[in-house]
Design a binder for this molecule. Structure first.
Ligand code: NI
Length: 246
């Protein structure tokens, strides 16, 4: 059993959505909402497929276009397992204060409804850490972790888990290789971030959940483990965090 803990499955991104979902067989996908369109799509898919779970939330790019009532209206759906992806993204010029405000509002909702959070953080390590320090009581997943090993050790002290995806297989993925080599596998989750960040050898084409097999193979190589062990442990990690019973 394997779990893609973070993918975006939207009809507008795929003309073969059914096919790529079926490609996963009985394995599990956690579909992540990030904006109005894929939050809706997440709800539709979790109602349609037994092996798809979801998280809903608003990405920092959505500071002008979010609907917290949608989160509250759907958070008690038993297949909504968390709030995300939420966070901070300072890569593009946008209002940092508005981003922090939206991030904190959603962290407060996670606390209120006792749900894990899925964090997107880009070029905003310090602010992300400083905010999350106030939410150590939450279960926190750092999706597509991209910062240094030193930073990872700090986040680990907050109890964070790390979503590891296709970047691990990239030639320029050395920083992430170092993180994976030095952080225990009990803190790692497999993810694709489909349709983005396709792992080697398919980098450049559209990603799909089944490609976590390439990420798992790379983790197995780095940690000198069998790939089946990687699947077994990362599946257990995901089930614990997201309270999924299999
Ligand atoms: Ni994502």
């Amino acid at each position: 059993m394997m779990i893609d803990t973070h993918c975006h499955l939207c009809e507008s991104d795929y003309d073969n959505l059914k096919e790529i979902i079926n490609h996963m067989g009985n394995n599990i996908m956690i579909c992540s909402g990030a904006d109005n369109e894929n939050n809706f799509s997440t709800i539709k898919l979790i109602n349609e497929y037994d092996n798809i779970y979801g998280t809903i939330g608003f990405h920092p790019d959505e500071v002008d276009n979010y609907d917290l009532k949608f989160i509250e209206d759907n958070i008690n759906n038993p297949k909504i397992v968390g709030i995300g992806e939420i966070g901070l993204d300072y890569y593009h010029d946008s209002d940092k204060e508005l981003q922090k405000e939206l991030f904190i509002k959603q962290l407060d909702l996670a606390r209120l409804y006792n749900k894990p959070v899925v964090i997107h953080s880009r070029d905003a390590a310090e602010d992300t850490f400083n905010i999350l320090e106030n939410y150590k009581d939450l279960k926190i997943v750092l999706h597509c972790y991209g910062y240094s090993l030193d930073m990872a050790k700090k986040f680990l002290k907050l109890g964070c888990k790390f979503g590891i995806g296709g970047v691990l297989t990239f030639k320029n993925g050395k920083k992430l290789v170092e993180v994976v080599e030095n952080i225990g596998i009990e803190n790692l989750l497999l993810e694709t971030d489909s349709p983005y960040l396709t792992p080697e050898p398919y980098r450049g084409s559209k990603n799909e959940p089944y490609n976590i097999t390439f990420v798992a193979a790379k983790i197995a190589e780095l940690k000198n483990m069998k790939i089946d062990e990687v699947f077994e442990i990362t599946t257990k990690n995901a089930c614990e965090i997201y309270n999924i019973k299999i």
